[in-house]
Ligand binder design. Structure first.
Ligand code: PLP
Length: 381
């Protein structure tokens, strides 16, 4: 089945007792045993361990990435933590230098005490990755497109380097989503998502997921599941139900994000107030060639997602001014919702930020593109 159909039908089992076409929301935290006190086969016991809505969501998420199993979390950060946790102590991780800011904060602030160390490298420089490998390197973390500079990592090339050294590769696929990039096809071992973003799509659910590959060979899956069920970093049944609902329209939303982003990037590139547009769909973009290799829809048509960033001519002041003059684009963090957002990353990341001070990150929504362009035209005046 194709992604449009999976997004609607995977995991959505109609209810045998009521005939409801949409899975009902089951809020109960506990489930009754058989008359003789035994555990009924296939029935849940306690919602932290499993719940019908979470199971349905996990089935859908696994199907969308073509994985064998999905493990849903209360946030993307919890999903990331489960992967780092599964590695054990005295472990080294290689991360991109341009990365979702808080991924690195997890290692530096939470796992440093457990002997987890990391090296940040430019993931587009294969030599730099090779040089960063240590005896205890267990994981290479990929995020492509990267946050906020939209660097594109050649997934296949990184997997090749990692496999030769028995190192796992995890891919944060939050930005590309399986609509534009399917990392299991390139051999990665784990996929992580902040489902808060494009999967949720409406900026009203926080969530995360780790997805295991089609043929899981590693032990990490069991440790990640235990982190979820015993650690308790679980999403509520309502969030699972809501996210399943949002995913029904996922495959319809995504091409609009990408079309709008392509048009906006092309427009912005021609504006004198803009120094540079970081969008892998532009022919002028330094990562366009690699992006074309791995960013396309399921029919093989190149498309490059809904995220971009721009460098405004001038500095922080000029960038902030532009953001504040826009009316449709709201100045707020996060991304992947139906509404367009813009954000000055440097001022939110603080003094450790490596984001340029004149950078604005844009999450292009699914409004009418003429309105979005008109908003920039009035802001530039
Ligand atoms: C938002 C985000 C995260 C963190 O997810 P939360 O749901 O906010 O915990 C991780 N990676 C990327 C790329 C993100 O955009």
């Amino acid at each position: 089945m194709k992604i449009e159909t999976l997004a609607i039908h995977a995991g959505n089992h109609s209810d045998p007792t009521t005939g409801a076409v949409v899975s009902p929301l089951i809020l109960s935290t506990t489930f009754e045993r058989a008359e003789d006190g035994s555990i009924l086969e296939g029935r849940d016991i306690y919602t932290r361990a499993s719940n019908p809505n979470r199971r349905a969501l996990e089935e859908k998420l696994a199907a969308l990435e073509g994985g064998s199993e999905a493990i849903a979390f209360a946030s993307g950060q919890a999903a990331t933590m489960s992967i780092f946790h599964s590695l054990g102590g005295n472990t080294h991780v290689i991360l991109p230098d341009d990365i979702y800011y808080n991924t690195k904060v997890i290692i530096d602030n939470l796992y440093a005490n457990f002997g987890l160390t990391c090296t940040a490298v430019d993931m587009t420089d294969l030599g730099a990755i090779k040089r960063a490998i240590k005896k205890n390197t267990k994981l290479i973390w990929i995020e492509t497109p990267s946050n906020p500079s939209l660097k594109i990592t050649d997934i296949q090339a990184v997997v090749k380097i990692a496999k030769a050294k028995n190192i796992l590769v995890a891919c944060d696929n939050t930005w590309a989503t399986p609509f534009f990039t399917r990392p299991f096809e390139f051999g990665v071992d784990l996929i992580m998502h902040s489902t808060t973003k494009y999967f949720g799509g409406h900026s009203d659910i926080l969530g995360g997921v780790v997805i295991l590959p089609p043929a899981p060979s590693l032990g990490a899956g069991a440790a990640i599941r235990t982190f979820q069920t015993v650690g308790g970093a679980v999403p509520s049944p309502f969030d699972c139900w809501l996210l399943s609902r949002s995913l029904s329209t996922f495959a319809i939303r995504m091409p609009v994000h990408a079309q709008n982003a392509m048009r906006l990037a092309t427009f912005l590139e021609a504006q004198p107030q803009i120094e540079k547009v970081n969008y892998p769909g532009l022919k002028s973009n330094e990562y366009h060639k690699v992006a074309k290799k791995q960013m396309c829809n399921a029919d093989g048509v190149p498309c490059f997602g809904g995220m971009m960033s721009v460098l405004v001519k001038g500095g922080q002041k000029e960038a902030m001014e532009l953001a504040s003059k826009l009316k449709i684009f709201k100045h707020a963090t996060s991304l992947g919702g139906v509404e367009s957002l813009i954000e000055h990353r440097f001022s939110v990341e603080g003094t450790h930020s490596s984001s340029p001070e004149n950078l604005l990150r844009i999450s292009v929504g699914i409004e009418n593109i003429e309105d979005l362009i008109a908003d920039f035209i009035q802001a530039f005046q």
